[in-house]
Design a protein around this ligand. Structure first.
Ligand code: GLN
Length: 533
């Protein structure tokens, strides 16, 4: 069968949850037996979000092949349990980079290079890469931004052209809008949706399906009105009512028959029902916990929880499987010091020290870890969190007072140092140690028990590493390197065996936690916290 294409655009306002709608639709189609992937096209000029401050953009999600991508790709993986790759996230910066390189290489044969056709052709080429691979029956393409933005125009134009080329049975356009409730009038208002569809029509695209975000149920009258004025079938006006958790959205979309309407439009069979038993089981456990724990996430971007999106979601998965409600609270590392650490960490059953860059709040993280180590409170350190655990141990157990990371300070004792192959790098974008690397775990370690196997593969995003020159000293004093990269001997996991749970990892386990496969380290950490409570 030919690959079918679903395009998801957004109107009225940003943050309507296009990513969750796309992921939910993909899940329903996947559960009906279709091979589905989702890709996101972002209209900004950065080549990728890797160079953006988390406050700008939230977390930077890293794929197995080392792409630094939009956090929506995290949702795609968490819902579908299928890895994404560089091809799943394209930005305007990347598109222009290719077009300009082509121009320099003379590939346009002397033509004037223009947005149409050169940029739109490049966008369409990229929209089809995953579909052309033959690995997927259906490719869902989410367009970032809002219809009507200047930046979005080349993408909407590309959708218009591609839709024409593919033919109407092979493509479908879903437009996500907002139907606000005006309390004063006591009514849901359809005008913003009408205007948003008009904007799309101006660009030559008639949406086939409207997904309407709303706080109240859409009455039959409201649905009819939207159908009539926006020129879509009545069954293609889909209500997307606020949900208590994003994981409920696939079930809400199933109830609204979004998948059936899409399949009918694509002339694909929808006889069998989507098998959502495991998903429902997860949701049931999520909503009916038997226990509860309180975990603190110590980090520096606490004003913006999206900066820790994958960690927050990994705790939701791990909590559900343990039938335990995880109350996760973000704590600003900047405000913690040796004197107030007891008070700041009061009431938490376990602490995760977050990844990060730069020295703001670093001493707060180190004070936190000292307190957790000495008081035998479960600690989980990720990337910078693991590096801080190493610094703390060096200072307070090995007695190396000036121990630090070379990222933060010029010191005679860089227990965390720049990786050898990072030393000559000056460009910032895409040059960290990125993507999946193998790691060999020591039998008997807590990590080995969690994974249940010795060879694992995890994703990375860092420039600094455990300085192996100091390894013997650490091991002699009780901190063990229990996970090592078998190809280059880099330390990947440190543990203190004589502690209820003291585990630090150089990689990012949170990026691989999904509903179908919660991450073993998060699962065991939650379990350890429960047992230690
Ligand atoms: N800043 C540290 C490094 O580059 C840690 C990075 C991270 O936590 N992702 O090595």
């Amino acid at each position: 069968m030919d690959t079918k294409y679903v395009f998801v655009t957004g109107g009225v306002t940003s943050s309507l949850g296009k990513g969750i709608i796309s992921a939910s639709l993909a899940k329903l189609l996947q559960k009906r037996g279709y091979r589905v992937t989702i890709q996101k096209f972002d209209p900004y000029l950065n080549v990728d979000p890797g160079t953006m401050n988390p406050y700008e953009h939230g977390e930077c999600y890293v794929t197995d092949d080392g792409a630094e991508t939009d956090l929506d790709l995290g949702h795609y993986e968490r819902f579908l349990n299928v890895p994404t790759s560089q091809a799943n996230n394209v930005t305007t910066g990347r598109v222009y980079q290719t077009v300009i390189n082509n121009e320099r290489e003379g590939k346009y044969l002397g033509k004037t290079v223009q947005i149409i056709p050169h940029v739109t052709d490049e966008i369409q080429r990229r929209m089809k890469i995953l579909g052309d691979s033959g690995d997927y029956d259906i490719v869902i393409t989410e367009l970032g931004g809002t219809v009507g933005d200047i930046e979005s125009l080349p993408y909407v134009e590309s959708v218009r052209q591609l839709k024409r080329k593919l033919g109407s049975d092979d493509s479908v356009v879903i437009h996500l809008t907002l139907v606000p409730y005006l309390a004063a009038a006591g009514e849901l208002k359809t005008k913003p949706t009408q205007h948003s569809v008009q904007k799309l029509l101006e660009a030559g695209v008639q949406p086939d399906i409207l997904v309407c975000r709303t706080e109240h149920k859409l009455s039959k009258e409201v649905r009819n009105k939207i159908s009539l004025f926006c020129n879509v079938n009545q069954n293609a006006v889909i209500e997307s009512i606020d949900a208590s958790t994003i994981y409920e959205v696939p079930l809400l979309m199933e109830k609204e028959k979004l998948d059936k309407v899409v399949l009918a439009k694509l002339r694909l069979p929808s006889n069998s029902e989507a098998d959502l038993d495991t998903w429902k089981d997860f949701l049931f456990k999520l909503k009916h916990p038997k226990d509860e724990i309180s975990i603190g996430l110590v980090g520096k971007y606490v004003e913006l929880p999206d900066a820790y999106k994958s960690i927050i979601e990994a705790f939701i998965h791990a909590g559900a499987i343990n039938e335990c409600k995880v109350h996760l609270k973000l704590i600003a590392s900047e405000n913690i010091n040796e004197d107030n650490v007891i008070e700041k960490l009061k009431g938490f059953d376990g602490i995760l020290v977050a990844p990060g860059f730069g020295d703001r709040g670093i001493e707060g993280k180190i004070s936190t870890i000292k307190y957790l180590r000495e008081n035998k409170i479960p600690f989980f350190g990720i990337c910078l969190g693991m590096q801080c655990a190493v610094i703390e141990y060096a200072r307070n157990v090995l007695g190396i007072e000036d121990a630090h990371s070379a990222e933060m300070k010029d010191t005679k004792n860089p227990v965390i140092d720049l990786m050898e192959n990072q030393k000559d790098i000056s460009q910032k974008g895409g040059t960290m140690r990125l993507g999946a690397y193998k790691c060999k775990l020591e039998k008997g370690s807590k990590s080995y028990t969690a994974y249940g196997k010795q060879i694992i593969s995890e994703r990375h995003r860092h420039r600094y590493e455990f300085n192996s020159k100091y390894l013997k000293k650490f091991e002699k004093k009780g901190m063990k390197a229990v996970g090592i990269n078998p190809d280059n001997d880099l330390v990947e996991v440190i543990e203190i065996p004589d502690h209820p749970w003291f585990v630090g990892v150089q990689y990012h386990p949170e990026l691989k936690s999904t509903v179908d496969a919660p991450h073993p380290l998060f699962v065991r950490f939650v379990k350890a916290v429960l047992e230690n409570k």
